[in-house]
Design a protein around this ligand. Structure first.
Ligand SMILES: Cc1cc2nc3c(=O)[nH]c(=O)nc-3n(C[C@H](O)[C@H](O)[C@H](O)COP(=O)(O)O)c2cc1C
Length: 340
């Protein structure tokens, strides 16, 4: 990473009166940014802010954090952890946000970006971008309910035009949002076409709260380019963080991964998943994550097939050792067929 960009990454940023140490943050990803994965990221360091996957605002007030797959954390991470909520009712969202505050999270995030049909059908996630008054009301009500930072993650909208996102960004700020994470893709487009980073610049110019850009930042050149071309205050890293949990440490602190790092993180992930989840859930979660690791390698597809077929962690460990014994070649960029 170029020294000027590293310096920028390591410049603390204020969000709603609290400071984060670096400008690279973990994007929320359901089924992926769970407590076990976040512990792994924490071990490497360099990440300014961690996010849970999206949690149902209806469930959060009654959720048992010892058994919930998603509303679960380590006390050590709470001071840099944001809980993401999805919902469609502003009172329900506010009540859930209160629980998030009581538990001691750094902040709460509102999901206005998920375009999965099951979520949108209930007027949650990106569906709220079609009813902007409701989205703004949610921000306002959550703002009133808590004093911790409130962030909003949203995307372009349902039409490929930045106008409504730019307008909404300003309305979210006026309603009390402390920072925005903006993913410049239209809602029906899950991740097939490239995100339009130029829209990030427009959102950034429309508000005075911090804006995190998000979408297909995979290499240090991408990171530099996103900072330089959009003027964003920080970057939210999604899939590349799953594939390389050390990416924050690499870009913020100069951590250098060697061949062994790729193998050992897979083993560490097994240990951490087994620590936090029962066996069947741990195995399922590992397989969900491993496809992103596999996407980094030339013959990652056949490696992943073997992982997906494995019956237990013993078999997985054998496959991991066998794959790395062949000194597999890395690709320049992740294989997007696997990086879905
Ligand atoms: C498997 C998966 C689950 C995701 N779940 C969420 C989620 O719960 N909340 C959310 O706001 N975005 C979610 N996202 C979107 C990411 O936060 C991010 O916007 C997207 O992956 C683009 O960033 P990237 O190119 O750095 O991966 C998810 C993405 C993936 C791949």
């Amino acid at each position: 990473m170029k020294p000027d960009i590293r310096k920028l990454i390591n410049t603390p940023l204020e969000i709603g009166g609290k400071s984060i140490p670096t400008r690279l943050i973990l994007a929320p990803m359901s089924g992926l940014t769970h407590v076990a994965f976040r512990e792994l990221v924490d071990r490497f360091g360099g990440c300014g802010l961690l996010y849970t996957g999206m949690c149902s605002a209806r469930s959060v007030p009654h959720e048992n954090s010892h058994i919930s797959p998603v509303f679960r954390w380590r006390n050590e991470e709470l001071s840099c952890l944001i809980c993401q909520l999805f919902g469609s009712d502003s009172d329900v969202m506010a009540l859930a946000a209160k629980r998030v505050e009581q538990e001691g999270f750094f902040g709460v995030d509102l999901n206005f970006g998920c375009s999965v049909a099951a979520i949108c059908k209930k007027n949650c996630g990106a569906a709220l971008l079609k009813i902007p008054d409701r989205a703004v009301e949610i921000v306002r009500n959550v703002r009133k309910a808590v004093s911790i930072p409130v962030t909003v993650k949203f995307r372009t909208g349902w039409e490929d035009c930045p106008k409504s996102a730019v307008e909404l960004a300003g309305r979210f700020e006026d309603a009390g949002a402390d920072a925005l994470i903006f993913h410049p893709r239209v809602a029906p487009d899950r991740r097939s076409r490239p995100p339009k980073w130029e829209y990030i610049a427009q959102v950034k110019q429309a508000v005075s709260i911090p804006v995190f850009g998000n979408g297909e930042v995979f290499t240090s050149d991408d990171c530099k380019k996103m900072f330089e071309t959009t003027g964003c205050d920080g970057i939210a890293l999604g899939r590349i963080a799953i594939a390389k949990p050390w990416i924050f440490a690499q870009w913020a602190d100069g951590f250098v991964a060697d061949d062994e790092t790729y193998r050992t993180v897979l083993k560490q992930m097994i240990t951490l998943l087994s620590k936090h989840y029962e066996t069947v859930a741990a195995l399922r979660k590992f397989k969900k994550m491993a496809v992103y690791n596999a996407a980094l390698f030339k013959y990652g597809h056949s490696f992943f097939k073997k992982i997906a077929r494995a019956a237990d962690f013993n078999e997985i460990e054998k496959e991991v050792d066998a794959f790395f014994a062949t000194s597999p070649d890395l690709t320049m960029r992740p294989n997007l067929n696997l990086f879905a």
